[in-house]
Write a protein that binds this ligand. Structure first.
Ligand SMILES: NC(=O)c1ccc[n+]([C@@H]2O[C@H](COP(=O)([O-])OP(=O)(O)OC[C@H]3O[C@@H](n4cnc5c(N)ncnc54)[C@H](O)[C@@H]3O)[C@@H](O)[C@H]2O)c1
Length: 428
């Protein structure tokens, strides 16, 4: 495409009446002027040496574009890579991204073949996200080093229990100047204190790491049903770039300058979802579940602020807070497995969470039980257990120290006492 005839003389750069936007290509000393005309856009590049280019393909060559890597290949990783692949293929005027996205797949056998081969042949991940075309521009790779080698933008979306070994493997392997975003929900507990996944990435790899959190159940997003998310960020440039990479007509992304609050919400809601599953397993109705959700939100906020005082209150009212909490307490996998677990307990034929995870999730990972145990370790170590009665009660139930009906009995007893029930902000 070449519109050089329609373009005003380079001498009047930028043209006085032009309301086009000037964009900077981050990796090059070039400036791109985009001017809307009736016959399409016209592009000009103004370089350090005063050079002008009127030809679109020359311009695209001249502009550095970001290479994207996805680390993870489970249900959410696949739904996210599908959105990104739609965006990297759809060339906007600035064409910010290279088309291909490398997706690191933890290699395993699927019906006698390597999963990476099946994905590359069918453009679908039949084990973790069956029925969805990921895009022909997604390339599954079994080598994590290869996935990140030339990546400018790295998206982390592996279950949190694997993230520490992933980060260790990647030390010294990522491109200097790359930036990352974590979609993983969960935290790591170390003797010296908790560590969020974004902090782990930053510390091990020395790169910026934002987070993307929201009410994002993978299959609904695969079906392109309306959903929203926030990007919690420290670095605005990088957050805006990731917003472009993820946003779709059915996936609304907004920016939130509270990355820690957003990540804490995504982590803690999985504990509350277990409580919601217990309520469902007991056959109780929406009133009881709403009580658990409300109390869960109170404890999520109190715990987050107790650990990280800079966390903002309004984050909990955003889609990463109450939005994600409601979605996960109705439609998430932690709720599903906790309901089945409770029914089994109540019927006198108990099953373990591991058995039900394998049976109901077919390879997908349950995060809530691990997270509940990790958070409880922190509560115990800091003598905070009594400030978080719902978290503590759920933890005792899932570890067999209390019967499931205690999930509501404790609420009743707390209500009778007229307590604030865990709004432990001042008590810690
Ligand atoms: N599924 C959802 O709807 C959803 C939505 C939002 C956020 N999340 C979060 O996204 C994160 C990733 O979840 P998901 O749904 O993409 O994954 P998943 O639970 O569907 O799949 C498990 C993944 O773990 C991989 N795996 C298994 N063993 C491994 C190992 N030893 N090392 C590394 N990887 C291994 C598998 O290959 C698979 O890709 C989690 O933190 C989850 O809480 C999930």
């Amino acid at each position: 495409m070449c519109n050089s005839l329609a373009f005003p003389s380079p001498l009047c750069f930028p043209p006085p009446s032009c309301d086009g936007s000037v964009l900077r290509a981050t990796h090059s000393p070039l400036y791109l002027l985009v001017i809307p005309f009736t016959h399409g856009s016209v592009y000009a590049v103004y370089g350090l040496y005063g050079r002008y280019v009127y030809d679109y393909s020359t311009l695209v060559e001249a502009l550095a574009r970001y290479r994207v890597a996805m680390i993870g290949s489970g249900a959410w990783a696949c739904a996210a890579v599908r959105m990104m692949a739609q965006n990297t293929l759809a060339h906007d005027p600035a064409d910010n991204f290279t088309d291909e996205i490398k997706m690191w797949v933890y290699e395993e056998e699927y019906e006698g073949r390597k999963l990476t081969e099946v994905i590359n042949e069918t453009h679908e991940n039949p084990k973790y996200f069956p029925g969805f075309d990921l895009g022909s521009n997604v390339r599954a790779v079994p080598s994590i080093d290869e996935a990140v080698a030339d990546a400018d933008l790295i998206v982390f979306c592996a279950p949190h229990q694997f993230m520490h070994s992933i980060c260790k493997q990647l030390i010294g392997k990522v491109k200097p100047g790359a930036s990352a975003i974590s979609l993983t929900k969960g935290m790591r507990v170390r003797p010296e204190g908790p560590q969020l996944i974004s902090q782990m990435v930053r510390r091990n790899l020395g790169i910026d790491c934002a987070v993307l959190m929201g009410a994002n159940i993978a299959t609904d997003i695969g079906r392109e049903q309306l959903s929203e998310a926030v990007i919690g960020y420290d670095n605005l440039d990088s957050a805006e770039r990731f917003k472009k990479l993820f946003e779709r007509p059915y996936f609304r992304v907004s920016l939130l300058p509270d990355p820690v609050g957003a990540e804490m919400c995504g982590t803690l809601k999985n504990i509350v979802a277990l409580g919601a599953g217990v309520v469902d397993g007991l056959g109780l109705g929406p009133n009881s579940k709403a009580t658990i959700i409300r109390q869960g939100l109170v404890e999520m906020r109190a715990f987050s602020k107790a650990l990280y005082p800079s966390v903002r209150d309004d984050t909990f009212l955003d889609c990463c807070g109450v939005g994600d909490l409601v979605a996960t307490c109705y439609g998430g996998r932690n709720r599903l497995v906790a309901e089945a677990w409770t029914r089994a307990q109540m019927s006198g034929t108990p099953r373990t969470f591991e058995e039900l995870e394998a049976e109901l999730l077919r390879g997908q990972k349950l995060q809530g039980v691990l997270t509940s145990n990790e958070v409880q370790e922190i509560l115990r170590a800091r003598c905070w257990e009594s400030n978080y009665p719902l978290f503590t009660t759920i933890n005792r139930i899932i570890n067999g120290h209390l019967p499931p009906k205690f999930v509501v009995d404790y609420v009743v007893s707390e209500l009778m006492r007229g307590s604030q029930m865990g709004d432990g902000t001042q008590q810690n």
